[in-house]
Design a protein around this ligand. Structure first.
Ligand code: EPZ
Length: 416
């Protein structure tokens, strides 16, 4: 299925179950490398990025099996070795393996991870933090080599609240000699999930979810059972899709405690939200009210929902302004939306001024990254007539089956 065909103009109605969180399960899969044991990850999302991570771990001697409601991960026969170029290429999340590989093997050799369309995705802070713990890095012919005879716990100050860097430090620190203190840690719920998982495995990590995290090093770790939390970005995607189509939807299992900023924006757009026993019920307004916001590290408005909000506000009842503060190239869907009749101006690459129009018209749209692709599908749901969105393989990296989910909500979408 490389293209999604959408008949727009239908309000979403019904209920949809929110999948497990991509950005929680990926570092947890990396953490399994540190265990010589079997773990069971319940509610693991069946998405392309998890498939890629499974392939990477299998190349390292691990065996992973899908079950009815999760994934069994056996790292009892783990063997250190080079990660195959094919498995790493395009797998940004392979960066999360660095801390775990240094902790388990004391070295790794990997194709230097490139940037992606949303930004150049530097790794300088990953390298600097791991060097502070005793690792040595060198680059040769497009490959990155790292080694550490042993990792030593230390105090690390992060100048930027980086999710991946915080996760790599945690993954290295649990096996290091001595204790590690992270000052300026990212506070995302996915960091909390990683630390919860590791504490279930026998680690001792305190402060997850704050900007100060303490990790006790050198403790023996064992396999465990863990339930992956629901994906707040997928929940937010369908929340804004409901607003954009004036729908009424129950988001089952939505992690509302991780969605405060997103829910506040939804209310500002005129949505009525009701937290229920098993999720979040959303009633969209007839037409979204405009908003002015900027993306920020958690608990601020997440950059991963910026494109989706942008798409919905193209039909807002007024002018909106959205500033992107995390990644430098996250307005790439603007030209696509303009072909549908949207009125958007980008100022100095970091701020979008949106003049709400009465409606969008269907078009042939080209997805080129995960969240932008999802945003184009939502624009198609809102538009008059038929739209097609290609580049579906990007969307499948983070959504189990966006067509299935939207069809359950009454959308007329088909995957080709
Ligand atoms: C994680 O990426 C997520 N990915 C991203 O989700 C998410 O957008 C991002 O965090 C921000 O929340 C996963 O968890 C797999 P960062 P990550 O390091 O860790 C700069 C999605 O759609 N930086 O928190 O790579 C960086 O350029 C994806 O699911 C450095 O300067 O993001 C950015 O401006 C997209 N040097 C800022 O930090 C470094 O060494 C925050 O990025 C590392 C990062």
């Amino acid at each position: 299925m490389e293209t999604i065909r959408i008949q727009g103009g239908i309000p979403l109605q019904g209920k949809v179950r929110i999948q497990g969180a991509k950005n929680a399960v990926l570092p947890i899969l990396a953490a399994c490398i540190l265990l010589d044991d079997i773990s069971y990850l319940r509610n693991c999302p069946k998405i392309a990025d998890v498939d890629a991570m499974i392939e990477l771990l299998q190349c390292l001697g691990c065996s992973l099996q899908w079950t009815s409601d999760g994934l069994t991960v056996d790292t009892g026969h783990f063997c250190c070795g080079n990660l195959p170029q094919k498995a790493v290429r395009g797998m940004r999340s392979s960066v999360f393996l660095w801390g775990a590989l240094l902790g388990r093997c004391g070295e790794f050799s990997i194709e230097y991870p490139g940037g992606c369309v949303i930004g150049n995705r530097p790794v300088d802070l990953h390298i600097k933090a791991l060097e502070q713990m005793g690792a040595k890095f060198c680059q040769e012919e497009g490959r990155l080599y790292a080694c550490a005879t042993h990792l030593t716990g230390t105090y690390i100050h992060l100048p930027i609240s980086s999710v991946g860097v915080t996760e790599n430090i945690i993954l290295a620190a649990v096996t290091a000699e001595g204790d590690t203190y992270v000052d300026g840690a990212a506070k995302e719920p996915e960091i909390v999930a990683l630390c919860d998982f590791l504490n279930c495995c026998g680690a001792r990590i305190e402060g997850a979810g704050t900007d100060w995290i303490y990790i006790s090093g050198g403790r023996k770790l064992y396999g465990t059972e863990y339930t992956i939390p629901a994906d707040r970005i997928v929940a937010g995607t369908y929340l804004f899709a409901t607003i954009g189509t004036a729908g009424k939807v129950l988001l089952e299992q939505a992690p509302v405690s991780h969605m405060e900023s997103v829910m506040q924006v939804a209310r500002n757009m005129g949505a009525s939200l009701y937290v229920t026993g098993n999720g979040l019920y959303v009633e969209g307004p007839t037409r979204p009210s405009p908003v002015k916001l900027e993306t920020a590290p958690y608990p601020g408005f997440p950059t991963d929902l910026q494109s989706i909000l942008l798409a919905v506000e193209t039909i807002g009842d007024g002018d909106s302004r959205i500033k992107e503060r995390i990644f430098e190239n996250r307005f790439r869907i603007v030209p696509q939306l303009q072909t549908m009749g949207a009125k958007i101006e980008i100022e100095n690459g970091m701020c979008a001024g949106i003049q709400g129009v009465d409606g969008l018209k269907g078009a042939y749209l080209h997805g080129e990254e995960l969240r932008g692709g999802a945003a184009l599908v939502i624009a198609g749901l809102m538009a008059d007539g038929e739209s097609r969105v290609d580049g579906v393989s990007y969307i499948n990296r983070g959504y189990e089956n966006i067509c299935r989910d939207l069809r359950e909500l009454g959308a007329r979408v088909t995957g080709e």
